[in-house]
Design a protein around this ligand. Structure first.
Ligand code: HEC
Length: 118
C-alpha cells in the first residue's frame, strides 16, 4: 500500500494569521496595498467574529445578511471605525479584540471596497 502525503489544511488560516501579525508590526508607510490586504483578511477571517458572518461585501465574497449590505451603505472609513469602537445595535464592539491599527485597516478596506472612500 502506498501512503499519500498529507495536506496541511491549516495553511490558509496560518497565512491569514501571519498577514495579520505582519500588518500589525509594520507602520502605515509600508503602503496602502499592505493595509488593505490586512483589512480584507480581518474582514473575512481575522476579526472575531469575522465581519463576513454578518455583512455582504462583494469584494470580500461575503454574503452575510444580519447587518446592512456594505456595498449599498458605502460607509466612510471614519464611520466604520466608529461602529467598530462602540458597536452598534446587534453588532459587537471590536474595541477590545482589535488594535487601533487593525480597526483602521479593516475600516479603510471596507470604505475602499464598497466605494465609500472619498
Ligand atoms: C454579529 C453580526 C455582525 C458582525 C460580526 C459585524 N457586524 Fe457590522 N453591523 C451589524 C448590524 C446588525 C448592523 C446594524 C446595526 C444597527 O444599525 O442597529 C451593523 C452595522 C455596521 C456598519 C454601519 C454602521 C453605521 O454607521 O450605520 C458598519 C460600517 C459595519 N457594521 C461594519 C462591520 C465590520 C467592518 C465588521 C467586522 C469588524 C462588522 N461590521 C461585524 C452586524 C454585525
Amino acid at each position: 500500500m502506498r501512503r499519500f502525503a498529507q495536506r496541511a489544511c491549516g495553511g490558509v488560516l496560518a497565512a491569514a494569521v501571519a498577514l495579520v501579525v505582519v500588518g500589525t508590526a509594520r507602520g502605515a508607510d509600508d503602503g496602502d496595498a499592505n493595509e488593505l490586504q490586512l483589512g480584507k483578511t480581518l474582514f473575512t477571517v481575522g476579526a472575531n467574529p469575522p465581519c463576513a458572518t454578518c455583512h455582504t461585501l462583494k469584494d470580500a465574497g461575503s454574503t452575510g445578511a444580519v447587518g446592512p449590505v456594505l456595498d449599498d451603505l458605502q460607509p466612510t472609513a471614519d464611520r466604520v471605525v466608529t461602529a467598530l469602537k462602540s458597536g452598534i445595535g446587534m453588532m459587537p464592539s471590536y474595541g477590545s479584540t482589535l488594535t487601533d491599527a487593525q480597526m483602521r485597516a479593516v475600516a479603510r478596506y471596507v470604505a475602499k471596497a464598497s466605494g465609500g472612500a472619498r
